[in-house]
Design a protein around this ligand. Structure first.
Ligand SMILES: [Zn+2]
Ligand SMILES: [Zn+2]
Length: 193
């Protein structure tokens, strides 16, 4: 972790335990919240969800909340880096990631009929809030999951792993393929042994 984001060790992060935004704290003009999510925040998430598919991340951005009657419009913009495993070679690498989102939170919980009938006529994503606060913590987690590429690649030209010996073909060559036995690379590989 430290070697992956060496600069982060210098930064002392102050992360609130949870990002619960009380609706009363949202003024009529709206509320802008600066987002700065680092190792502490992601570490807590990983403790709660060990199946999390990225090792570490650093995400910055901004979220604005505004009231529209009983509804809350949440507009956000996030960007940063996520440490992902390459889908070809399985090496971890820092992937740039970004997302912009508009969410309309309407009072919930949803009844199944209402959820089907009241589809928003706009392109806004509809979600629900309950009680007197917005759970920005889980909202951000959802958006960060959406930021993840389906097939992360450390490099477009990543050669992946040799299906026979598992060598990382982007970094080394192996002698599994007879076609390459006489190539300079294959000879080099033998020298290393
Ligand atoms: Zn790769
Ligand atoms: Zn091989």
């Amino acid at each position: 972790m430290g070697r992956f984001y060496p600069r982060l060790n210098d930064t002392v992060m102050t992360v609130k335990k949870t990002l619960q935004i009380n609706l009363k704290t949202i003024p009529e003009t709206g509320l802008d919240i600066a987002i700065d999510l680092g190792p502490e925040w992601f570490g807590r998430w990983r403790e709660e969800d060990p199946g999390l598919e990225f090792a570490d991340a650093r995400i910055n951005g901004q979220v604005s909340l505004s009231k529209h009657g009983p509804d809350i419009l949440v507009r956000g913009s996030l960007s940063g880096q996520m440490e992902l495993a390459c889908s070809r070679c399985l090496e971890s690498f820092a992937a740039p990631a970004a997302i912009d989102f508009d969410l309309l939170l309407v009072p919930g919980p949803p009844t199944s009929a209402a959820a089907d009938a009241e589809l928003s006529p706009t392109d806004l994503d509809l979600d629900y809030y309950t009680g007197e606060s917005v759970d920005l913590e889980s909202l951000l987690r959802e958006q960060i999951i959406l930021m993840m590429p389906l097939k992360p690649l450390c490099d477009e030209n990543c050669q992946g792993l040799c299906p026979r010996c598992g060598a990382n073909l982007s970094r080394e060559t192996c002698t599994c393929s007879t076609d390459t036995v006489n190539s300079p690379f294959a000879r080099l590989a033998k020298l290393k042994i």
